[in-house]
Design a protein around this ligand. Sequence first.
Ligand SMILES: Nc1ncnc2c1ncn2[C@@H]1O[C@H](COP(=O)(O)OP(=O)(O)OP(=O)(O)O)[C@@H](O)[C@H]1O
Ligand SMILES: [Mg+2]
Length: 308
Amino acid sequence: MELSESIKEFKTKLNLLKIMNKLGKAAAFNEELDNDLEENRRGEDLENNPYSNSSSDFIKSLSAVKGSQKIEVPIIELTNVWKIYQMGEIEFAALKGINLEIYEGEFLIVLGPSGSGKSTLMNLLGCLDLPSKGTVCLNSKNISELNESELAKIRGQMIGFIFQSFNLIPTLNTYENVLLPLEFQEEDAQKTRKKVAYLLDIVGLSDKKQNLPSQLSGGQRQRVAIARSLAVNPPIILADEPTGNLDSKTGNYILDFLNDLHEREGKTIIIVTHDLDIVKYATRVVYIKDGEIEKMEKRTKIESEGLK
Ligand SMILES: Nc1ncnc2c1ncn2[C@@H]1O[C@H](COP(=O)(O)OP(=O)(O)OP(=O)(O)O)[C@@H](O)[C@H]1O
Ligand SMILES: [Mg+2]
C-alpha cells in the first residue's frame, strides 16, 4: 500500500517532466543528456563518476563504529520475527520466529520453495512491511518505532529494490523511471542528469532512454530496474527473483553485474530466489521452508571468485 502511494507521488512529480516535454524543453534536455553520456563513456575516470564522492553516511557511521570499537554491527537485524496474515477468521503464519543478522558486504541468498515465505521476508528485510511480532532493525533502528516519513527516508537512502515484476512505471520512459528515486533527493538538476546518464551507461541502455517499458525486452526492463535501484547509491541492494523472468544468458549478465557491485563497491546484496544456480554467487545462503529458517551456510569468497 505504501508502495502504491509512493508511486502516485512519483507520478505527480513526473507529470512535471511531461509538461516540460510539452513545452519543448525536452530537446535541450536530451541534448544535455547526450553530452553527459559522452563525458561518461565506459572507462571514464573517477572524476566523471557522479557517485565517486558520495559514499553514504550510513557506511561512514558503520566504519566509525568498527574503527573505534572493533565490532561489526548488522545492517539489518531480525529478531524473533513473525508475519501473520489475517484472512477473515483464518490466520496464516507466513514467517515463524525468524532470527537473522545481515552484515555489510555480504552477498546473501535466501533460498526456498514457492510459498515458503521469501517475498514476505523480502518485504520485511526491505522495511516495506512491519512484522506482526518481533523486531526488524535497520541501521540499529527499530523500524516499528519510526513514523512513516522517517521510515521512507531511511529506506530510500539505504535500500535499492529490484522486484520480481520489475515495478517500472508503464507511462514513463527509461530515463524517467531511473530518475524517479532521485526526484526525492535535494540535488541540482545537472548532477541528477549526470547520475541518470551514468547509470544508463553502466547498464548499457544509453540508446533506450526514450523507450517506454512496453518497448523494451524483459532483460532490458530488468536493467532499468537495476539502474533505478542504484540511483541513490544505496549500500544495500535487495532483489526478489531478479532472474525469474529472464533467459539464462540475460540472467547471468544481471547476476554478474550484481556480483561486480558486491566485489568492487562492497555493496551488500540480498537476493531471494528458488533458483539453486544463483547460490554460487553467495557468501552466505539462508534456506527457508514453511516460514522458518531451516539452515544457514557460509561460503568463502574464493567460491564466488571462482565464477570468473
Ligand atoms: N497477503 C496475504 N494474505 C494471506 N496469505 C498470504 C499473503 N501473502 C502471502 N501469503 C501466504 O504466505 C505464504 C508465503 O508467501 P510468499 O509470497 O512469501 O512466498 P514465496 O516464498 O515468495 O513464494 P514464491 O516463490 O511463489 O514467490 C504463502 O503460503 C502465501 O499464500
Ligand atoms: Mg515470492
